[in-house]
Design a protein around this ligand. Structure first.
Ligand SMILES: [Zn+2]
Length: 453
C-alpha cells in the first residue's frame, strides 16, 4: 500500500539565523518519523521567515491543497508550534486535515485520540500562543527601554513619514503625506471601504507596498500621530512628529466614522455555543439569535406543536458552560502535568539557545566595532538577565506555571476562540428544561456534568 507523507517545516525570521531550528534539521527529524510510519513517498513543504501566526503561509497552503487533492495521506511536523502559534488556527488546521482523513503526527508530541489527549493538545496550543505573547512582551520591553533613552523606536512604519537613520527621527515623505491628506479629505463623504477602493484603483500603495484595506484606512483616520505627536507603547511615551492634518479635519473624520458605525445592536454577535448546542427535550439544534437581548432557543419552538423548552439568556448560559469547560481542562492539565513539564523544559532549552546565540552575535558585533561599548553593555545585561530568569524558572515550578498561565489564557479566550475550542474538543451542549450540560460527542463517556444555566 502506498503512503505519501507530507513533511512540514517552518522557521520565523528571528530563527532563521540559528542552527537548532533550521529547516533541514526539522525535515531530517520528520523524515525519521515518516519512515517509522512506513512512508513509501515523502514530500517536503516549507515556510522560511514566516511567523506561525500567519495562516496564509504558502508552504502550508500548498500542503493543504495536496491534502484536499488526496495526494498525501499523512502529515509529519516537528511540533505543534511549527504548525501554528495560535490555538484557534492549530485546532482549525487539525480539524481540516482530520476531516479529510489525513493523519497528523508530531516528532516531539504524541497526540492520543482520547478525550484527555485532545484536551492536552488544546492546552499545548494555548501554551504555544502564550509563549508567542511572552516573546512579544519582551520585544515591547526592549522598545520601552529605547524610548526611555529618548530614541525613536525603530521598526515603526507609518504612512506619511520616513525614518531618517542619521537624525534618528521621522521626516515627512511628501508623496505618502499627500495620500494621508487625501484620505482625510475623502472621509466625510466616503466609507472606509470606498476610500480603500479609490486609493487602490488610483494605483497607490500602502506602507508595505501592498493594497489599502478597509482597516488600514480606518487606522489612518484614527491615528493621532498625524496631529503632530506619536504615542508609543500604548501611551507610555510619545515623540513629536511633523503634523500632516489639522485638528478640524481629524475631528470631522472621527465624527464621520462614528456615524457610519451605528449599526443595529447585537449585529455581528458571535454565538459561542452555535453548532454544538442541542435540545435535551426534542433533540433538535439550539441556535442563538436576538437583537439587544441575545438568547438561545430550540429550533422546535417554531414547530407544531412547539417544543416546551425555555429560552436561555445567551451571555449567562455561555459563561456557565465555559466555566465547565475550563474546569475540565484544568483537571486534564493536572493529569498530564509531567508532559506539560517536559514540553516546558524543551521550550526553555530553545529559549536558552536563542539567547546564547544572540549573546555571541553581540560580542562579535562589539569586537568588530559595529556596536558602541555603551550599547554592548546594555544589550548584554539584558540578555544575561533573561538567561538568569530562565535558569530560575524551574525552581519556581516553570512547567506548572506555564500550564497555569495557559489555562488563564484559555479563560480569557474571546467568543470566537471559545466557539472554536468547543467545536474542536467535540463537546456538545445539551439544553434541558432547567439546566444545560456538556457531553463528549459520540459515546456517553467522560466529561458529563450538569450546570445551572
Ligand atoms: Zn426542543
Amino acid at each position: 500500500m502506498s503512503l505519501c507523507v507530507a513533511l512540514y517545516a517552518r522557521v520565523s525570521t528571528e530563527e532563521q539565523a540559528q542552527h537548532g531550528t533550521s529547516l533541514e534539521g526539522q525535515i531530517q527529524r520528520c523524515q525519521a518519523l515518516a519512515e517509522q510510519l512506513g512512508a513509501t513517498e515523502m514530500r517536503s513543504f516549507v515556510d522560511a521567515g514566516i511567523s506561525g501566526a500567519d495562516i496564509t503561509r504558502p508552504g502550508l497552503q500548498s500542503l493543504l491543497a495536496a491534502a484536499k487533492a488526496n495526494e498525501i495521506q499523512a502529515v509529519v511536523c516537528l511540533d505543534p508550534d511549527r504548525l501554528a502559534r495560535n490555538l484557534s488556527h492549530q485546532l482549525i488546521l487539525t480539524d481540516q486535515l482530520e476531516s479529510i482523513g489525513v493523519e497528523l503526527h508530531f516528532v516531539q508530541f504524541e497526540r492520543r485520540p482520547t478525550p484527555d489527549g485532545r484536551l492536552l493538545y488544546a492546552i499545548r496550543g494555548a501554551i504555544a500562543e502564550f509563549e508567542a505573547h511572552k516573546i512579544r512582551e519582551r520585544t515591547r520591553q526592549g522598545k520601552q527601554q529605547r524610548l526611555r533613552e529618548g530614541k525613536a523606536v525603530t521598526g515603526t512604519q507609518i504612512l506619511g513619514y520616513a525614518y531618517d537613520r542619521k537624525r534618528k527621527g521621522f521626516v515627512v515623505d511628501v508623496a505618502e503625506a499627500a495620500i494621508v491628506r487625501a484620505v482625510f479629505a475623502m472621509a466625510p463623504q466616503m466609507s472606509t471601504q470606498a476610500i480603500a477602493d479609490a486609493l487602490n484603483s488610483a494605483g497607490l500603495h500602502a506602507k508595505g507596498g501592498g493594497e489599502f484595506s478597509q482597516s488600514a484606512v480606518y487606522g489612518i483616520l484614527r491615528n493621532p500621530t498625524y496631529l503632530g505627536r506619536m504615542s508609543m507603547l500604548k501611551g507610555q511615551g510619545s515623540i513629536s512628529m511633523p503634523p500632516l492634518v489639522a485638528r478640524e479635519a481629524f475631528d470631522l473624520a472621527a465624527r464621520a466614522l462614528a456615524a457610519r458605525r451605528r449599526r443595529p445592536a447585537g449585529h455581528g454577535r458571535v454565538y459561542v455555543l452555535s453548532g454544538v448546542a442541542r435540545c435535551a427535550i426534542c433533540g433538535r439544534a439550539v441556535t442563538g439569535s436576538g437583537g439587544s437581548r441575545p438568547y438561545y432557543a430550540c429550533a422546535g419552538k417554531r414547530a407544531k406543536p412547539p417544543c416546551s423548552s425555555p429560552y436561555y439568556p445567551a451571555a449567562e448560559t455561555e459563561a456557565a458552560i465555559w466555566a465547565l469547560v475550563v474546569s475540565e481542562l484544568e483537571s486534564a492539565a493536572r493529569h498530564e502535568t509531567p508532559e506539560v513539564e517536559a514540553w516546558a523544559e524543551r521550550a526553555r532549552a530553545r529559549d536558552r539557545r536563542r539567547l546564547e546565540s544572540r549573546r555571541r552575535r553581540l560580542v562579535q558585533a562589539g569586537g568588530a566595532g559595529r556596536l558602541s561599548a555603551e550599547d554592548l553593555t546594555l544589550a548584554l545585561s539584558q540578555v544575561d538577565g533573561r538567561l538568569k530568569a530562565l535558569d530560575l524558572e524551574p525552581q519556581r515550578g516553570g512547567g506548572k506555571q506555564d500550564a497555569e498561565a495557559a489555562l488563564a489564557y484559555l479563560k480569557r479566550a474571546d467568543a470566537r476562540g471559545r466557539r472554536d475550542i468547543l467545536r474542536y474538543l467535540g463537546l456538545s451542549v445539551w439544553f434541558g428544561p432547567d439546566a444545560a450540560e456538556i457531553r463528549a460527542c459520540g459515546a456517553g463517556d467522560a466529561n458529563t456534568r450538569a450546570s445551572d444555566h
